[in-house]
Design a protein around this ligand. Sequence first.
Ligand SMILES: Nc1ncnc2c1ncn2[C@@H]1O[C@H](COP(=O)(O)OP(=O)(O)OP(=O)(O)O)[C@@H](O)[C@H]1O
Length: 648
Amino acid sequence: MSKTILIVEDEFIIADVLSNILETAGYKVCGIADSVGEALGMITEFKPDFILLDIYLKGKLTGIDLAQRLGQMNIPFIYISANSNQKVLEDAKVTNPYGFVVKPFREKDVLVALDIAIYRHENQLEQGERQNALLQKKAAEILSSAENCEHKLLQMGKALQPYIPFEFLSVGGQQQEDDNFYEICFSRIGFDEYQLIGPAELMVVTNLKQHELAGLKSVEKPNPIATWYDEQEFNRLVRSELFKKLLADVYGLRSHLSFPVKTGAGKVYYLNFYSRRPDAYDAAHLVQCNHLRQPLSAFMESLQRLPNNPLFVETGNYSVHHEVSASHSSNLFNGIIGNSHLLLTVFDHVAQVSPSDCSVLILGESGTGKEKIAERIHALSARKDKPFIRINCAALPATLIDSELFGHEKGAFTGAYERKTGKFEQAHTGTIFLDEIGELPRESQSKLLRVLQEKEIERIGGRSTIKTDVRIIAATNRDLDKEVAEGHFRLDLFYRINVFPINMPPLRDRKEDLADLAAHFLKIYTRKTGKNIRGITQGVLDSMMEYHWPGNIRELENLIERNVLLTRDDMISSMALPTQPEPVVVNVAADTSAITMRDGERAHILAALKKCNGKIWGEGGAASLLNLPPTTLNSKMKKLGIRKDYRV
Ligand SMILES: Nc1ncnc2c1ncn2[C@@H]1O[C@H](COP(=O)(O)OP(=O)(O)OP(=O)(O)O)[C@@H](O)[C@H]1O
C-alpha cells in the first residue's frame, strides 16, 4: 500500500515540486502545511505515515518545534531544509529525524532519503511489535511459574532491561495514608544478577523505620504520564520527591524514568527506573513505554490478584530475606570480561538485537572489543551455525576491496586467473563483519549500498546477479557523523547501516573492570607460557588505575603478555606504563565511572555490617542477614575493599 505523506513547507513552489516528485513515485500526498499549527490540524485529520519537514515555517514555531511533538506521537519525519548552520543542525539532530535532505535537492535525493527512512522506521516498528509479542509471552511464563510475587516482579524487571535500561528499579503504587510501606526494589549487580530489596532490606540500608519510609513516600506527587529526567532534572525532582532522593543518595542514582502503568481495575503502579549514568533516558524510551504499556498493564493486573502480593502487605512484620538472583543467561557473555554498567548496557543491546536480522553498527575506539562483540551478536543469533565472515576494510588497497567483497570472474582484470567468490557470497545465510567501514572508498560505498538495497551482488566481470542473504555488522573507530559531514562517507549508506548503533566504552571510562580484565589476561598468558605467576601486586594495580589506556583492552592485553614473559618472580610487582599524561579535558558526560554498581552493593553490605556490629558469621551475623554464605560475603568484602572492621 502506498504511504501517505504530509509536506510541511512554507515555500509554495518547493512544496509543489516535492508533491509532484512524490506523487510520480507512487506516494500519496495528503496535504501541504505552511505552519506548525496547520500541520498539527492535518496530522489529526489525515494521519500521515510520514512527514517531510522544512525548518523555517510561517509563524513563530519552527520545524524543530514540530519535530519534538512528532517524536512523542511516534510519526517519522525527514527534514528538507536549506539551512546547514551548525547550531540548527545540532538542534535538528537531537529530535531524531530519519534523514536530512539539503536544498536545493535532486529528485533522486528525496526519493532515496525517503526510501531509507521508511525502511528504518518499518524496521523499528517490527522491533516494537516483536518486543510487544515477546513481552506478552514472557509475562505469561512468569505468571505461570511457581515463584512468589516478588520474584515474578523481578523476572519482569529483568525482561524490561533491554528496552528500558536500569541499574535500580522500584515498583509501587501511590503511598496510602497509613504507616505501611509498599515498594519493592531491585538493584542490578551483574549482567543477569539482581538484588531484591524489599521494605525490610530498605529499612536496614537506610536505617529508617517503616513509618518513616512511608512518610517520605506519601509526600510524593507522582506524574500521571511516563516522564524521563536527566541528571539536572532529576536533581530538581528530588528536592520534593524525598523517597527518590533517599534512593538516589544510597545507590548513587543520577537519572530516572517514571512509568505509570494503570490496570483494568483502575489501580496505578509506578515502575521507576533509575540509572547511574547522568543521561540514560530519552524520548525514545517513552516510545518503548508506549509499546510495553499494554502487556505490562495485563501483567500487573494478574499480579494484583495473587495472594501475598508484597505491594499490598497489610502487616508491619517484614522479614529480611535478602536474595541475589542469577540465571544461566549470564553465560551468554562468557569470556567477555567486565561488570561495569557501561559494559552491561552493551550486553543489553547485544541481547536485544542479536535475534533479529537488523544491521548493527559498532562504534568505539580501537581495541575496545568491537570485534568480540560482533562475534557474540552472531553467536547469539539464529545464524550462529552459519558462516561469520570478517573483512577489514582498512587492510586492503582500494583496488582490491571490490574483488574481496563481491568476487570476480576469471579474466575480469589483469591478474584474475581464477574465478573468486567474494566475502558476501561466502557469508551467504550467515553474517558479514565489515570492520573499519569508515575506511571504505567512496566507490565501494555505492556498491555496498546497492547490495544492501537489492540484496544481490554481481561479481566483477560477471553478467548475472547472485541473490545473497547476509546480516551486516559494521564497526568503525571513526566519527562517522563527521565523515558524512565532510563528504567522505555517503549519508544514505550511513542511514542504512546505522539502524542499531552500539557504543563500546573506552577502558578509561570503565576502570572498575580493569582488575578483572588484568586477572583474565594473566591467567591466559601464564597458562600459555607455563609460568607460575600468582597475581599482580596492589601497587601495580593502583598505577594501572591511574593510567589513561589510549589503546584500550588490546593495550592492556599486550602489556600483561609482555610482563608475564619478563617477570621472574611469582608476582608481577612492577610494570612500566607509558608515561603519557592523562588529558586535562575530561568529558563530563562520558565520565560515569565515579559511581558504580559496586558502590550500590558496597553500601548494602556496609549497612548490614553496621547493623550487625561487624559480625559476619553465625546467628545475628551480616551473612545470615544478607542470606549469603559467610565465605561468599567474605570474598565480596575483599573484592569491594571492605575491611573486617567494616571500614572501607
Ligand atoms: N571485555 C573483554 N574481555 C576480554 N577480552 C577482551 C574484551 N574486550 C576485548 N578483548 C580482547 O582485546 C583485544 C582487542 O579486542 P577487539 O579486537 O575486539 O577490539 P576492536 O575494538 O575490534 O579493535 P580494532 O578497532 O582495533 O579492530 C582482543 O584480543 C579481544 O579478545
